[in-house]
Each structure stands twice: as C-alpha cells, then as structure tokens.
Ligand binder design. Sequence first.
Ligand code: HEM
Length: 126
Amino acid sequence: MNPNLSIYDNLGGADGIRSLVEAFYPRVQKNALLAPLFPEDIDPVMEKQYMFLSQFFGGPALFSEAYGHPMMRARHLKFPITPSHAQEWLKCMSAALQDIGVDETLREFVIQRLSGPANHFVNTPE
Ligand code: HEM
C-alpha cells in the first residue's frame, strides 16, 4: 500500500475497481442473507457500484456525474438492512479483496473505510 496514493490508485484504478466489483457480487448472490435483497439481473447494480466506489475511493466522480448526490443511506432505506446484513456485506467485500490479490494492510484499510457507511445504512433491528 502506498500511503501517498488514493485507495482508487492503490487498488489499480478503473481496472482494479472493476475487478473488485466483479468479485464482490457473485459472493453477494451466494450469500443466504444478502441474496434475497438483490435483483436477479445484477449487472445494473454492478455498474452503479463501480461508479460509486470509483468516486468513494478517490477516483473520478462517475456516480455523481450520472445520478447526482449519492444520498446512499436514503437509497438503501427501501431495503431492511440489519446489523447482520452489514457484517455479511463487509465479509463479502473482504473476501472479494482477497480474490483480486489485495494485500492485508490495504484490505484492512479499505474495509475500515467501508465499515462506516455499511453500519450507517443499518435501518432495521435484528
Ligand atoms: C450494509 C449492507 C448493505 C446492503 C444489505 C446493501 C444492499 C443494497 C441493495 C439491496 C441495493 C439495491 C439493488 C437494486 O438496485 O435493487 C443496493 C444498492 C447500492 N448499494 Fe448497497 N448495500 C449495503 C451496503 C452498501 C455500502 C457500504 C455501499 C458503498 C459504500 C453500497 C453501495 C451501493 C450502491 C452504489 C448501490 C446502487 C445505488 C443506486 O441504485 O443508485 N451499499 N445496496
């Protein structure tokens, strides 16, 4: 991990974010708790996540350019998200980071950055 670079660049820029998203959603779709929340056609979700994570990690603001202010908590309100959903989401992300060969230091840093939003999107008790 190079601390002088953004997470976006540490992950390998556009190609790295693309690989991460492509490793993440198959894991979500295999996850018993998460899968029922997502549509069968996952491609549009993957594209939005690619755009969002690009900007969240310090790359180009693709999501905001296309969809305006992210308002991510609001966008998740129509789905009942419990603390367990947040944990499983982060576990899938950690596994996806391993899948694409991200080293432990960077992986833990990325997961820490995503833990805030993930826990913030919890809107339903267990
Ligand atoms: C806490 C656990 C989470 C759950 C259970 C969850 C679940 C979902 C679901 C069900 C959708 C909508 C799929 C559809 O279009 O029908 C979605 C969309 C999305 N999620 Fe999450 N999510 C979680 C956390 C996160 C986090 C931490 C991020 C990013 C930091 C994120 C970013 C997004 C984005 C960018 C979209 C697309 C939004 C849009 O449609 O405009 N999610 N999520």
